[in-house]
Design a protein around this ligand. Structure first.
Ligand code: ATP
Ligand code: MG
Length: 476
């Protein structure tokens, strides 16, 4: 059952019960008040008749000591007709509660007389001849006799009014219920609108529509729930996008890896097959063996690089205070013996917060790339400057440069702008991927700028450590 229908059902039940009870109470209250009034009037009438009977008895000529039954009948008959309207209903009984006189239509039992005490009034409500009556009873003392006077007052109208009251109220209640249900239906559907919106959003998201957001229609708790739901969907969407990207990157990586494996392996298998199946002369055998060796070496480099990436990712960086001078000294000792290039080293003294061996790997890779991209004897500048945001390392060459559209791809594993050129220089396309990982571990990123045919500059920022300490050390 829908929540709005439950709300509607319960509200209807509560309205019906409230209206029912209050209506019943109200109509009954009116009825009881009217009946009480009628009882009061019936008792008053009895009291008046009793007084009138006693007075009339006093006026009876004193022939006998006791009041005769015939006189009683006479007085009762006079009293019956003396009232206004169609006549009273009364009954006079003697000491033994035997009827002496009874009006026509006064044909009820004498049960009430049993409870009549001297100088006290009794009454009861009875149903007789299709009418409701208030029957009253009292004792009358007349000329030495104790008689009983009973009256009957027709109160059917009070009962009819009660029935009419119930009927009118029933109709009113049905009308109010219909109206209440219509209003509550509208209110319930308005109140549950945010829930319906959330249900719709959940369904859409279940079917993969992660960008769908629930419409916020109120500012209450449900509105806040919608807001939180939308924030959650946003976070979910981002996580799913990231995971999809990661899966895609992994698939690309596996594809590229398989492809990169295939090329050297095809050469190795081809040359090895030639060596074992044919008798080659010494020169060709040597050539074949050389191909197998160089391709094997390439495979070895590739696997070592991949291993480097995996180990770096796994082990993370052990940051420490590293003097910049030691990094530049290391580069000098590695690259200066290579007399083919013109290396220019320029740097500010200082300290950086870094993992020294990882940063050495980055700088060596960047220098290696710069060498591979430059002509023999080309100029390569390696600089380190202390800036406001940190310490910036830059490797600049004046080589072939990189086309603008390739700039974003060269940090992907196995990506090479010119594959044959890179392979001929023993490249595996993994250097920049490794550098990107390492720099990310230092919470920084590679900044690559390049102009085709003019050269490339690759830089990155590292946090500077203890400027003052460095100053002290240099001057001590
Ligand atoms: P590896 O570094 O694994 O030996 P690689 O140098 O080919 O091989 P990366 O260092 O990842 O691989 O570089 C990716 C590609 O980006 C290179 O193949 C090259 O095409 C291009 N590239 C990188 N640095 C430069 C540069 N300084 N000038 C021009 N092209 C560059
Ligand atoms: Mg490289």
């Amino acid at each position: 059952m829908k929540f709005s229908h439950k709300l509607l059902l319960w509200t209807t039940i509560i309205i019906a019960l409230t209206l029912g009870f209050s209506g019943y109470y109200f109509v009954n209250y009116v009825f009881e008040t009217s009946l009480e009034r009628e009882v009061g009037q019936a008792l008053d009438e009895n009291s008046i008749l009793r007084f009138a009977f006693e007075t009339a008895a006093l006026n009876v000529p004193v022939k006998y000591d006791l009041l005769q039954d015939s006189s009683v009948e006479q007085i009762a008959s006079n009293l019956e007709t003396s009232g206004q309207g169609s006549g009273r209903l009364l009954r006079i009984s003697d000491e033994q509660k035997q009827t002496i006189y009874a009006s026509d239509g006064f044909d009820t039992d004498d049960e009430l007389l049993g409870s009549v005490q001297e100088n006290q009034y009794s009454y009861r409500v009875i149903w007789s001849n299709e009418h409701y009556y208030i029957q009253t009873g009292s004792s009358v003392n007349a000329l030495g006799r104790t008689l009983y006077l009973e009256t009957m007052r027709d109160v059917s109208q009070v009962f009819e009014e009660r029935e009419t009251g119930f009927m009118v109220y029933r109709r009113l209640m049905i009308l109010m219920l219909i109206l209440g249900i219509a209003i509550m239906y509208f209110i319930a559907s308005q109140l549950t609108r945010p829930i319906r919106n959330l249900v719709r959003a959940t369904k859409r998201m279940t079917f993969g529509e992660y960008s769908y957001r629930a419409k916020q229609v109120s500012n209450d708790e449900l509105g806040r729930l919608t807001q939180d739901f939308n924030h959650m969907s946003e976070a979910l969407e981002q996580t799913i996008e990231r995971l999809e990207d990661e899966v895609q990157a992994r698939e690309d990586f596996v594809g590229a890896f398989a492809h990169e494996l295939k090329t050297p392996l095809t050469s190795i298998i081809g040359y090895a097959d030639m060596l074992r199946s044919r008798k080659l002369d010494e020169e060709k055998s040597l050539l074949s063996a050389n191909y197998i060796y160089t391709e094997g070496k390439r495979l070895e480099t590739m696997s070592l690089r991949l291993l480097d990436i995996i180990v770096t990712k796994k082990e993370g960086a052990k940051l420490q205070k590293v003097p910049v001078a030691s990094l530049f000294e290391y580069l000098r000792s590695m690259f200066l013996p290579n007399g083919n290039m013109e290396f220019v080293f320029e740097y500010d003294e200082g300290y950086v917060l870094a993992d020294p061996s990882l940063i050495q790997t980055v700088l060596v890779n960047l220098l290696d790339n710069a060498c591979k991209a430059s002509e023999e004897g080309g100029r390569i500048e390696i600089s380190g400057y202390s800036e406001e945001e940190g310490y910036r390392f830059t490797v600049r060459d004046y080589g072939i440069g990189i086309p603008e559209e390739e700039l974003s791809k060269i940090t992907q594993a196995f990506y090479m702008v010119d594959k044959s050129r890179s392979r001929s220089r023993n490249g595996a396309g993994l250097g920049l991927a490794l550098c990107t990982e390492i720099i990310a571990l230092h919470e920084s990123r590679l900044e690559i700028e390049s102009t085709l045919g003019e050269g490339t500059s690759v830089g990155f920022l590292l946090p500077e450590a203890g400027k003052e300490a460095a100053y002290e050390e240099i001057h001590s």
